[in-house]
Ligand binder design. Sequence first.
Ligand SMILES: C[S@@+](CC[C@H](N)C(=O)[O-])C[C@H]1O[C@@H](n2cnc3c(N)ncnc32)[C@H](O)[C@@H]1O
Length: 384
Amino acid sequence: MTGPRTGTIFDALADLIRRQGPLTFAQYMAFVLYDPAWGYYTSDHPRVGDRGDYYTSPAVHPVFGHLLARQAADIWAWLGRPDDFVIVDLGGGQGHLAASLLAGLARDWPQVYDRARYFLVDFEPNLRAAHRRLAEEPGDLVARVEFTTDLPAGPFRGLVIANEFFDALPVHIVVNRHGQLREVYVSWQDGLVEVEGELSDPGLATYFDRVGVRLPEGVRAEVCPAGPQWVRRVGQLLKAGLFLVIDYGYPAAELYSGRFPRGTLMCYFRGGYHGDPYRFPGTQDITAHVDFTGLALAGRECGLEVLGLITQAHFLRNLGIEDYLRALDRAVFDDPESYQRNRTLIRSLVQPGGLGSFKVLFLGRGVGRGLWGLRGVRPEEPTQ
Ligand SMILES: C[S@@+](CC[C@H](N)C(=O)[O-])C[C@H]1O[C@@H](n2cnc3c(N)ncnc32)[C@H](O)[C@@H]1O
């Protein structure tokens, strides 16, 4: 971490590397995304939506949050209709999901809405933006929300949602060189350069043993120790309920099969994307695909049941996205463009190869496999 901003982020990185030596990629990613002075996520930059760098499902259309409200009401019923029902929005960003999920509950399940406490967890600048968004919503939505930089104290009963949270956590990069795992570091030689060295932590090698795969020769891959750590933290606090992880990624056997020989890093900048994490440090998002096997195993370790891993398209169809499309067909629009725009955006939430191919991991405690979002779906086994 650095003090106040002086010079450019490249000066700050050069200085850090001079003082500390080459950075692991996870240290580099933590710096350029989360450093209080320089980080992408800790700035006031508009990240999501038309003026930002990327779209997430809650920002694409409020129907996503309305459908998650159905899943929340279902969990509330599974838990025996508790008087205190906690919803945690981990990495809740600028409040798009909070606004639409709570509006859906208020409209369709007022009995759940009245008993819900919603915790939006993120960094300060996002919390301020989310507060502004929710304060503009009708009713008392903003009063339902606690804006916080960490998980609420447990134990609690309810629903934890992490939408595109895990893909933004810092990752280490490793590569298999002649049967030996080597780590990729970020150094400085008139600019940022990559160098290979010994593993910074032997846990990076044992990670592959844990998830039961061997990285093929020459393949480069990301490992995210922070992901399982967050799952364990949630698992310790969630006394009963559901933890939904919604993100792009694969089970380990696929992610590390050699299908992605150069890894899966992806950077988002002003509506476009590319694969160079050194191009616009501090002003672009950097993501990596999620290893759902590592998250599922961490869930099991703390007593969460792995209920299923399905695509977002399956999940949203189970929750009734077609009802919204039919309602749209029946609605009267003065402006046909508005009908078409809404239809296209709602359909994009289930688009194969796009948001529809995102995965939803269900980790539960005290809730069964008959959940609304899992109905009629034969769950894939995420740890194989
Ligand atoms: C890609 S954004 C997704 C935002 C939101 N969930 C959505 O779907 O629009 C990832 C979010 O996770 C937040 N985040 C990442 N690491 C975090 C941490 N350690 N604590 C709190 N928030 C974090 C980021 O600030 C960012 O808002």
